[in-house]
Ligand binder design. Structure first.
Ligand code: UT7
Length: 321
């Protein structure tokens, strides 16, 4: 019988400090009205002292393991998507591994920025299907507040910190459940539209996020619509059959445009950008966990996850929860 990875549990974590748009007005020349109108963002969480990508990832992972109700020692694969690792190396995934007391597993980070979780999930799907492990943790975790330029109002108001995780089981008797289809893309010609202006091998600094927002917006709407359709085609399904879409939370207007394009009622789109802002690789698993825990996403629901980010990278994944 063939193996299909199934989501057994989800978890998420946010820093303690919540920062509203109004609180940002003291820091940069902006307004609650501008941020809400252009992005749908009302607040974000910002990591404080002692809170790191690794600590948030560990908290999210613990909750996913608890929800799944399994012994952490059974986890043989940990993939962590992040653009803001605790250190250049070792991989933050190994720090999470150590914190969880898992002494033998495959553990590594994936760098695909905002699409990182989709990349990590798709890699885990392939590895579990080929028997690399029986249980896998897939995490998206970020502390973008540490790489935004707090003098640049065009970017600093957009991002927040957080983490989300899923615990996958390589199920040989998944029935209708599990990961049904996935598709990833990258197009390196657009590096300069969304990037960080530093790094170990170039400037020996961490650098700051730089973005040409309008151009990214245009590409995001087109690429997300096309990859969503691709994944529906692979699965042989119609958009009307989806119970939920859990999109990357960059901008409310992008989410509305995608919903309109597929004729999806807005109630089927999970939206957390108002409360979390853009948490890059963490945004999809964070939103997924929120909707699972508040009872919207139920066992058996057909869920589409999708994201697009720097690179450009983009992708989508269809699963039955
Ligand atoms: O996560 C990876 C994927 N990322 C995305 O998908 C982000 C995609 N892009 C976007 O979401 C939008 O382009 C932004 C939210 C970044 C910007 O919205 P926009 O409607 O494209 O605004 P804009 O860049 O065209 O700026 C409009 C005006 C400008 O002023 P002028 O030139 O018209 O006088 C900006 O200087 O708004 C000004 N502005 C601000 N005003 C108040 C830019 N940032 C701010 C701000 N507060 N924070």
């Amino acid at each position: 019988m063939s193996i299909r990875p199934v989501v057994m549990g989800t978890g998420s974590a946010l820093p303690q400090q919540r920062v509203s748009n109004a609180q940002l007005v003291d820091r940069v020349e902006t307004s609650d009205e501008w941020i809400r109108e252009r992005t749908g963002i009302g607040a974000r969480y910002i990591a404080g002292e002692g809170e790191t990508t690794g600590s948030l990832a560990t908290d999210a992972a613990r909750k996913a393991i608890e929800a799944a109700g399994i012994d952490p020692a059974k986890i043989g694969l940990i993939i962590l998507a992040t653009a803001t690792p605790d250190q250049t190396f070792p991989a933050t995934a190994t720090k999470v591994q150590a914190a969880l007391g898992i002494n033998d597993a495959v553990a590594f980070d994936v760098a695909a920025v905002c699409s990182g979780f989709l990349y990590a999930l798709t890699i885990a799907d392939s590895m579990l299907r080929t028997g690399a492990a029986e249980y896998a943790l897939v995490i998206g975790a970020e502390t973008f507040s540490r790489i935004v330029d707090w003098e640049d109002r065009t970017t600093c108001v957009l991002f927040g910190d957080g983490a989300g995780a899923v615990l996958l089981h390589a199920d040989s008797d998944a029935g209708e459940r599990g990961i049904l289809a996935a598709k990833l893309h990258a197009d390196g010609r657009h590096n300069e539209l969304l990037y960080v202006d530093g790094g170990p091998s170039t400037t020996q600094t961490v650098g700051h996020v730089r973005m040409k927002g309008q151009e990214v917006f245009r590409h995001a709407v087109t690429n997300l619509a096309s990859v969503l359709q691709e994944v529906l085609d692979i699965a042989g399904l119609d958009a009307s059959e989806l119970d939920w879409v859990v999109p990357h939370q960059a901008n409310r207007r992008i989410l509305d445009a995608t919903a309109r394009k597929f004729g999806l009622p807005p109630e089927k789109i999970v939206i957390t950008v108002d409360e979390h802002a853009n948490t890059s690789a963490a945004s999809v698993p964070l939103a997924f966990d929120v909707a699972v825990r508040d009872g919207r996403i139920k066992r058996g629901d057909l869920v589409m996850l999708e994201a697009m980010g720097g690179g450009f990278t983009w992708g989508a994944c269809l699963l039955r929860y």
